[in-house]
Design a protein around this ligand. Structure first.
Ligand code: PMT
Length: 408
């Protein structure tokens, strides 16, 4: 069966080497890939690599200089490519490409194709942090966003130039699944406002030290991204993590459990679905000293007080909102999940066994039990967190229908 025809536009940035992996990931997820490279991209990676991977000739030139017949066909090739494909993915989208797209310049094949293409566009910017934050780039992105394009924010991290900050091209598998998600886009969350909490909290011990946990925020950010891509308005309340918020999501950054409590409660009424994937500290240090605690040979004890249980409070306050809690357990997973479901008045608990290798905290993958108020429990096999996120959302909608039927 032929795949879904997708154009992969490759710009001239150091991340162009990752685009070869992206071509393969798009094919693995059902795409038939037509690669288009700018001149600058060819300085970083050869067209032959893409031709060998995709099995298709790579377009590198606006005009062929072979025979006059070729010149005639190449002069309309951008129209043919635009009409035959269903999605345009540009990765890496350099600052220069973003500027040319925003201004409507058509001075090479990729920019001309962009103007002729009428389907959905996914732009994956990757560049040096200063270039990403430059007002010109920020403005160009605003223009492209207003035009309805999907923009995948770059990841944070160490860049090829040595800078640490936003600018890295996200992992190819993630780009591919977002790209294919756009094609299969569902709008089943169009009328929902989803409030997601993610990441750890930090409880200060003194002005320089804190108590925290290993949560990376990956699970919560995957949920926010999945809900957003399915049409929801998303409010993401996040503890300190090294992730960029998905484009279009409203991000509220907090540090402590008390700050998260305040942020969640003040936005609660807006949400139709609340998903509490954050790893909130259960205790905070009472009477934090104003100055750094000095090291002495003496034993030091911390006076810990319980933090507000945000999930339990939402459970007490909620009306017909759907409440999904998480449970991170090292033993008795099902039993603990059922107890939390009841005691915190949740509609569903996503329970993960965090003592298992390769799932739970920090990992790319998770494996969970969905323990539901209807009495049903589902096991979700180990899979990337974005896949688990999609399955949790699918189940949330099914559950709401089931609960509505019971209540009416
Ligand atoms: O962030 P990652 O690295 O991707 O890892 C994902 C995860 C392991 C953090 C996530 O899958 C997860 O299990 N999150 C919940 C972690 C947790 O705090 O579990 P818990 O069993 O201690 O808490 C139960 C529930 O109560 C959670 O929904 C939690 O958000 C909530 N809670 C806990 C304490 C508190 N004071 N207020 C709360 O609302």
């Amino acid at each position: 069966m032929p795949g879904i025809p997708v154009i992969l536009g490759v710009g001239g940035g150091i991340a162009a080497y990752k685009s070869a992996e992206l071509a393969r990931a798009l094919m693995e997820q059902g795409g038939e890939v037509q690669t288009v490279m700018t001149h600058a991209a060819q300085e970083f990676i050869r067209p032959l690599t893409f031709a060998a991977l995709t099995g298709h000739k790579v377009i590198t030139e606006m005009f062929s200089n072979a025979s006059s017949e070729d010149v005639l066909s190449s002069s309309v090739e951008h129209i043919r490519v635009a009409q035959e494909n269903r999605l345009l993915v540009v990765a890496p989208a350099t600052a220069d490409l973003l500027a040319r797209f925003a201004q409507g310049l058509a001075n090479d094949f990729l920019t001309t194709l962009y103007l002729a293409f009428q389907g959905p566009v996914l732009l994956c910017p990757a560049m040096n942090t200063a270039m990403w934050e430059h007002p010109a780039t920020v403005r160009n992105l605003e223009i492209l966003r207003e035009r309805g394009h999907n923009i995948l924010a770059p990841d944070d991290g160490r860049l090829a130039c040595g800078t640490v900050g936003p600018g890295r091209l996200p992992e190819p598998a993630r780009i591919a699944s977002i790209a294919m998600g756009i094609l299969r886009q569902r709008h089943d969350f169009d009328n929902e406002t989803v409030l997601v909490t993610a990441g750890p909290t930090r409880e200060p011990m003194d002005p320089v030290r804190f108590i925290s946990n290993r949560s990376s925020g990956k699970m919560g950010y995957a949920l926010a991204e999945a809900a957003m891509s399915r049409g929801a308005r998303v409010i993401l309340i996040s503890g300190p993590v090294h992730l960029s918020a998905p484009e279009g999501v409203e991000l509220i950054q907090v540090q402590t459990a008390h700050e998260m409590h305040h942020a969640v409660i003040s936005r609660l009424d807006e949400a139709s679905i609340i998903i509490k994937s954050a790893a909130v500290a259960d205790y905070y240090v009472a009477n934090v000293p104003a100055q750094k605690v000095k090291k002495t040979p003496m034993r030091l004890s911390l006076d810990l007080e319980p933090t507000p249980d945000i999930l339990a409070e939402i459970g007490r306050r909620k009306g017909d909102q759907l409440l999904i809690g998480f449970a991170a357990e090292t033993e008795n997973l099902l039993q603990e999940a059922r107890r939390k479901l009841q005691s915190k008045n949740c509609d569903m608990i996503v329970a993960n066994l965090v003592s298992q290798d390769g799932v739970g905290f920090e990992s790319e993958e998770n494996e969970v039990l969905l323990v539901q108020r209807t009495g049903e429990t589902l096991h979700l096999d180990k899979a990337p967190k974005r896949v688990i996120a999609g399955q949790v959302l699918d189940q949330a909608l099914i559950l709401r229908l089931a609960l509505h039927k019971v209540e009416n």
